[in-house]
Design a protein around this ligand. Structure first.
Ligand code: NCD
Ligand code: ZN
Length: 345
């Protein structure tokens, strides 16, 4: 197969940032994706319905003309989040989900949740109103090894929350482990999981072997090869519970190439070509549409996009380079192998 046409994909986990960075990265997501669930971890975070409305307006103002792209907003859950504000914002169509960051788990998560008992009322209101909770599933306990933080989160935090809040719809974001996949697969229709493009192609060696490579460092950190293989099997089987969330997370290169570098891979411009390569190699191109364009929309109760996108396989594309943004630019994720699939305009 050298051409494949699918419904326009959606990105169910995207960092667009704000200001000049927003202006630099937004066109690259909007070119390939019809909709994206926009993460709220700005500084300060997007905490209220009013914050989400203002951020949404800034995104729409930064959109290039003639591009069909809908940002779906999220709220950043804190211990002070007002349940009524969440339910009203969702009912008004202003937000699609609420995001839970355990405090300190990742970039800009200091306002996140420390005491999970304090968010019980808002979770109950969300369960009743059908507002999905998107979860950064890692414990922050410094005693827990960083490669185990996702698996430990499932038993220590997520499962108790779900048992205490029946009916709560949950998305386990950027799943990186076989344990996370199993948890989602066995959790029934109330739970979904997003999988990034980069976790399908790198394992932890990409970050650490033969020199330290900060552009492959993100959170949750890539795990060992057996987990990557489990992720590829899950994504390419594409049951309804798994869908694409790129977690494309741009940082200025100066902040990544540093003694204490930021977590986040900037994948948006190459996410679809990388996915096509992965699905092609797995003999699963016919299931790419389910993973990238159908399953997520169904989970969020939205119709799939009517428009289509066509990918074509040709000679290897130039290696991804650096996006001009700010002083240092932003390095685009390089999967480490040539990409052959490109999105036709
Ligand atoms: C994200 C970011 O930079 O905002 N970083 C990352 O490594 N994925 C935050 C997040 O989603 O964890
Ligand atoms: Zn993220």
């Amino acid at each position: 197969m050298t051409r494949i046409t699918l419904r326009r994909p959606d990105d169910w986990h995207l960092h667009l940032r704000d200001g000049a960075m927003l202006a630099a990265v937004l066109p690259h997501s909007a070119r390939h994706f019809a909709r994206a669930l926009v993460m709220p971890n700005l500084v300060p975070p997007v905490r209220t319905g009013a914050d989400a409305a203002a951020y949404r307006a800034r995104i729409l103002a930064a959109l290039p003309p003639d591009v069909d792209f809908t940002p779906l907003m999220t709220l950043y859950l804190t211990e002070e989040t007002n349940p009524r504000d969440v339910v009203c914002a969702h009912r008004a169509g202003l937000i699609a989900a609420v995001k839970l960051y355990p405090a300190g788990a990742t970039t800009n998560s200091t306002s996140g949740v420390r005491d999970f008992d304090r968010i019980r009322p808002v979770l109950e209101a969300m369960a009743e109103a059908g507002v999905p909770l998107c979860v950064h599933g890692e414990v922050t306990d410094p005693e827990v090894d960083i490669f185990d933080r996702e698996a430990v989160f499932l038993t220590r935090v997520l499962d108790p929350i779900r048992r205490a809040t029946p009916g709560l719809r949950v998305v386990l974001e950027h799943v990186t482990t076989a344990e996370g996949l199993d948890y989602v697969r066995s959790g029934g229709p109330q739970i979904g999981g997003t999988i990034t493009a980069h976790h399908l192609v790198i394992n932890r060696n990409a970050i650490l072997a033969g020199g330290i490579r900060p552009h492959y460092y993100c959170l949750p950190v890539a795990k060992r090869e057996s987990h990557r293989q489990a992720l590829v099997a899950a994504a390419t089987a594409a049951p309804p519970c798994f869908f694409l969330g790129t977690d494309s997370a741009p940082h200025p290169d100066a902040d990544k190439e540093a003694a204490c570098g930021c977590a986040g891979c900037y994948t948006a411009p190459v996410a679809l070509p990388v996915l096509a390569e992965v699905f092609d190699r797995a003999g699963a191109l016919d299931r790419l549409e389910r993973f990238a364009s159908l399953n997520g929309a169904a989970f969020y109760g939205l119709a799939p996009n009517a428009a289509t996108v066509t990918l074509e396989r040709g000679p290897p594309l130039p290696r991804p380079g650096r996006l001009p943004a700010g002083e240092a630019g932003v390095t685009v994720f390089d999967p480490g192998f040539p990409l052959h699939w490109q999105v036709l305009r």
